[in-house]
Design a protein around this ligand. Structure first.
Ligand code: FAD
Ligand code: FES
Length: 303
């Protein structure tokens, strides 16, 4: 059981910040690792990256984007509520060493896990640049936090509403052409990580990507998170999540991410239908408390 100590809406309407009491995890966790969360005894297990770790006050921070049933359920939890299980720290920490100049490229919720990674690279003497991309300025998160731990932050927006107009790869290309880059690391949507890896390939610059395949146990036993890296099959939960971006088969990763789309859609629809039923019911009616949210998988069994 882990108590939610703080919750904030980070970005309208669907990105939330949570600070949780996790004294044991915070003592061991390192940048690049993640936890697996189960909200309640009927809940599924979902992996979430550590957006911050504070062993002094025994807390960890998570940034959650509500994209489906479980993340939507978490987004309505309030400070003071308990998360049933928090398993971690999981995964291999990001390898931190001095490369001279490091460029971190983040998109979507991927910017959040880059925050402790940026601090760690800075801590061993690197010059750290961050390139943060979003479709428009309202969709950016963690800009101030990243500016606090990086030497320079470059913002790109697809519509030009903030920073440079265009994609993160355009800003990256300009930086690469100036030379002197020892490492590029990227966290975000698979398609963005693929494009970043292709941008660095001609320059021969080592490029780390933090992969986000479907994970179930997170301990190397179920095989759900397998990814193709070079001529090998790796389990992202134990061998990663960081891998050499020039070796990753992104097309295989993206097709595996789409595999459960139908079931995920059905689960989200049933959950929001359950919420609507609760909203419509008379709150004074004692039966409301007993109104169970439906089994998210019932509809798709045998399908
Ligand atoms: C190592 C790792 C770190 C992650 N860190 C974060 C984070 O910090 N913040 C954040 O908001 N999200 C993070 N994710 C993604 C997050 O786990 C999924 O968004 C979440 O599981 C979606 O569940 P859902 O029921 O809300 O949505 P669903 O409708 O079930 O799924 C929506 C999409 O999320 C992905 N997804 C679903 N289930 C899983 C799963 N078990 N494992 C991985 N991906 C899944 C799929 O691409 C799917 O299309 C991370 C994923 C991985 C693997
Ligand atoms: S999540 Fe099961 S092996 Fe990685």
């Amino acid at each position: 059981m882990a108590k939610i100590l703080e919750k904030k809406l980070l970005r309208e309407p669907d990105v939330f910040y949570f600070k949780l009491a996790a004294p044991l995890i915070s003592k061991k966790a390192q940048p690049g690792q993640f936890v697996i969360v189960r909200l309640h005894d009927r809940g599924e297990r979902i992996p979430l990256s550590l957006a911050d770790i504070d062993p002094r006050d025994g807390t960890i921070s998570l940034i959650v984007m509500a994209v489906g049933k479980t993340t939507a359920e978490m987004s309505v939890m309030k400070a003071g509520a308990d998360v049933l299980d928090l398993c971690g720290p999981l995964g291999t920490p990001t390898h931190i060493e001095n490369h001279g100049k490091v460029i971190l490229v983040g998109g979507g919720f991927g910017i959040a896990p880059l925050y402790p990674i940026a601090r760690a690279f800075k801590g061993v003497g690197n010059e750290v640049f961050a390139i943060m991309g979003a479709r428009s300025k309202d969709l950016l998160i963690y800009e101030k936090e990243m500016a606090g731990v990086c030497d320079r932050v470059i913002v790109t927006t697809d519509d030009g509403s903030k920073g440079m107009k265009g994609l993160v790869t355009q800003a990256l290309q300009q930086e690469l052409e100036q030379g002197g880059v020892g490492l590029v690391m990227t966290v975000g949507p698979a398609i963005m990580m693929k494009a970043v890896s292709e941008a660095t390939r001609p320059f021969g610059i080592k490029t780390l990507v933090s992969l986000n395949p479907i994970m179930i146990d997170g301990t190397g036993m179920c095989g759900g998170c397998r990814v193709r890296v070079g001529d090998q099959v790796k389990f992202a939960c134990v061998d990663g999540p960081d891998f050499d971006g020039h070796q990753v088969d992104f097309d295989d990763l993206m097709s595996r991410l789409r595999r459960y789309a139908r079931e995920e859609r059905a689960a989200a629809e049933r959950w929001s239908e359950g919420c609507r039923m609760k909203d419509l019911a008379d709150p004074a009616d004692p039966a409301v408390e007993l109104l169970e949210l439906p089994d998210p998988f019932e509809e798709v069994k045998g399908g």
